[in-house]
Structure formats: structure tokens, C-alpha cells
Design a protein around this ligand. Structure first.
Ligand code: AQP
Length: 332
């Protein structure tokens, strides 16, 4: 079975974007791949995290992943900081990746904004750690949302340069899996900006913990334009908010935008939003309820994560030890 790796930052409650763009695609892969899924708290630390709530947030993310259908019997689920191989390999990759490569990363530019001098150096080298996350397991497939495509290209560049510089064929090429009509879910307040769990505006996103009332309110207030829905996808061009809502309904009902428009074309947004709300509530309520149930037993959750970390370390430690041997570190 091919080995798959993916991760998610515990920077807040997962959003509908994280769910449709990534998590939901992880679930079926457990049946025909060797899956390794990670709550990437080292990545989250690249922006300020309140120490008091950070651990709980990490546990909450793990509960969300289980509630969405990850099964610790079928996959390895763990917390990144519990497996030291990630940080060890990341340092080697910091020394392989070139500054020019990192300078081209659009996510850094977006997140740093105008205040580049004041952000952490961790945020800058974030893609090197992401490359290490994947290559520490010799994973070959990485299911992610569209926003991570550039980071995965960099992960391949790093592996190639490592192999070339040290004259080895050690790190394999990885294939990004960017799937579905919802590979990029946009903000409900601005159809040109991606939906993000750390967006300052809670109204910009659907959280997996939102109640039916909260979902209804956010969809009702979602930005739209005054035109009715078009009959065909070509009519969604230059209408980012309409395209986003149509895409969300298509994804959540396992359909395609053209089918959604065949059924709802010509309707105003009022009626369409009601249909969308109903579909979202039906799909997300069981996840919210299961997450709440799992969070009642911290002991069981933490034990499952410890077991996952042991399994992950058993795979990554020998690979990273070999990388350290290749670069010539004096063995312990
Ligand atoms: N809006 C989105 N649409 C589709 N996929 C998305 N992903 C994130 N946002 C969307 C995918 O979710 C996975 C986990 O992402 P992450 O938590 O590691 O980092 P991120 O991409 O930076 O996600 P957020 O929600 O925007 O987090 P913050 O606010 O902390 O930066 C990835 O596969 C990502 O592609």
C-alpha cells in the first residue's frame, strides 16, 4: 500500500474549508493506503499561541478528525511535537532549501502581510518543516487543499536537491492529491479570500462546531450579488461569492456545480441559501455531536494519540537517522 501523509494545524476549530478541501478526502484513503495523519502543532507555533489553551486546542483538533471519520485502527493519528523526527529532519532541510525558494512562497507573503519584519522566522521556514513532515515517512501521496500546492512543489525541490547534493536516491517524489470541487473554499465575507480558521471574522467561516442556528445565520449573512443564480457554470465567472456557495452545495451533496445550477439556476439567493443551510446542517451536525462526545473523555483521546505517536516514531526514526548518516553526522 502506498504511504500517505497529511496534517492540519491546531490553530482553531476546523472549518468547512479544512473539511471539504482536506479532511473529508482523508477518510476513504484509510481503506486502501497506509495513512499517517498529524495534528501539526509545531506549524501552529509559527504564529502566537496562548500556552494555556494550546494543548486543549490540539486535543480538540484530534477529536474533530476522529469525528469526521478517521479511525485509529486504520490510520496513524498523532501530534507532531510528540515525534521528534519532524524537527530533526526540518533542520537538515533548513540547510538544503535556498532562500530564493522560500521567498517565492505566496502563503508566507499572505500571512506576513505588510509587517514582514515582525513575523517569526518559523513562519518563513514553515515549508521546510512541511517537507520534513512528509519525507520523514517516505510518504508518496499528500492529500491537501489547493492552497498547499506550492509548498508541495517545494518539498519535491528539497528532496531532489538533497538526493543530488549527497549523491543518493533517498527521498522519493511526492504527488499532491488536490481533490474535488471544494479544493479551495472561500470566505463567506469575501469570495476572493480563502476560508481560514484564524480569520479575524468568525462570520467568514463555518466551524465544524457551529450549531444549526449559527450555520443558518452565517449562510443568511454570506455576501452575494444581486443577480439570480445562472443556469450554467459559465455564468459564475466574475461572481466569486456565487461560485463559492454553489461549490459548497455541490461538495456537501457529492454533486457537481453544473448539477446544482441545473436544479437551482434562476433562483434568488434567499431560496438557495435555505437549501444550502439545510444540507450543511444535515451533514455537519453528526460531526459536531460526535466531537462533543469524544471530548468528554480526555484520557481515552490522549492515550490514542500516544499510541499513534509511538507508531509514527517507529516509521520516521529510522528514516531520519539514515538522513543524518547520509549528511555525515557523528553517530551517537
Ligand atoms: N479554504 C480552504 N479550502 C480548501 N482547503 C483548505 N485547507 C485550508 N483551508 C482551506 C486545507 O486544510 C488542510 C489543513 O490546513 P492547515 O490547518 O494545515 O493550514 P491552512 O491551509 O493555513 O488552513 P487555515 O484554516 O487557513 O489555517 P490558518 O488560519 O491557521 O492558517 C490543508 O490541506 C489545507 O490545504
Amino acid at each position: 500500500m502506498q504511504r500517505v501523509f497529511s496534517g492540519i494545524q491546531p490553530t482553531g476549530v476546523p472549518t468547512l474549508g479544512n473539511y471539504l478541501g482536506a479532511i473529508r478526502n482523508w477518510v476513504p484513503m484509510q481503506d486502501d493506503h497506509e495513512c499517517i495523519f498529524c495534528v501539526v502543532d509545531l506549524h501552529a507555533l509559527t504564529v502566537w499561541q496562548e500556552p494555556k489553551g494550546f494543548g486543549a486546542q490540539t486535543r480538540e483538533m484530534a477529536a474533530a478528525l476522529l469525528a469526521c471519520g478517521l479511525d485509529p485502527q486504520k490510520c496513524t493519528l498523532f501530534v507532531q511535537s510528540h515525534v521528534h523526527a519532524h524537527a530533526r529532519l526540518a533542520w537538515i532541510f533548513n540547510c538544503v532549501a535556498r532562500l530564493g525558494w522560500l521567498n517565492r512562497m505566496t502563503q508566507f507573503k499572505d500571512k506576513a502581510g505588510k509587517d514582514r519584519e515582525a513575523v517569526s522566522s518559523g513562519l518563513y521556514v514553515y515549508p521546510n518543516l512541511m517537507a520534513a513532515d512528509i519525507h520523514a515517512y517516505h510518504a508518496v501521496k499528500v492529500p491537501v487543499g489547493d492552497d498547499q500546492k506550492q509548498h508541495l512543489e517545494l518539498a519535491n525541490d528539497i528532496a531532489q536537491k538533497f538526493n543530488h547534493d549527497y549523491g543518493v536516491e533517498f527521498f522519493p517524489t511526492i504527488t499532491p492529491l488536490i481533490q474535488g470541487v471544494a479544493a479551495r473554499v472561500m470566505s463567506l465575507r469575501d469570495g476572493t479570500k480563502k476560508m481560514s480558521k484564524s480569520d479575524a471574522s468568525d462570520a467568514s467561516r463555518i466551524n465544524l462546531t457551529d450549531t444549526a442556528d449559527e450555520i443558518a445565520q452565517k449562510i443568511r449573512r454570506a455576501k452575494t450579488d444581486p443577480e439570480p443564480l445562472p443556469d450554467h457554470v459559465s455564468g459564475l465567472e466574475d461572481r466569486p461569492e456565487a461560485r463559492n456557495l454553489v461549490g459548497i452545495l455541490a461538495a456537501i451533496t457529492d454533486s457537481m456545480p453544473e448539477n446544482v445550477l441545473r436544479e437551482h439556476g434562476g433562483k434568488g439567493f434567499g431560496a438557495f441559501k435555505e437549501v444550502l443551510t439545510e444540507a450543511l446542517v444535515a451533514h455537519l451536525s453528526p460531526i459536531r455531536e460526535e466531537m462533543a462526545r469524544l471530548l468528554q473523555d480526555h484520557g481515552a483521546l490522549d492515550a490514542a494519540l500516544r499510541l499513534g505517536a509511538d507508531r509514527a516514531a517507529a516509521i520516521a526514526d529510522p528514516i531520519v537517522t539514515e538522513a543524518e548518516r547520509i549528511v555525515g553526522f557523528l553517530p551517537r
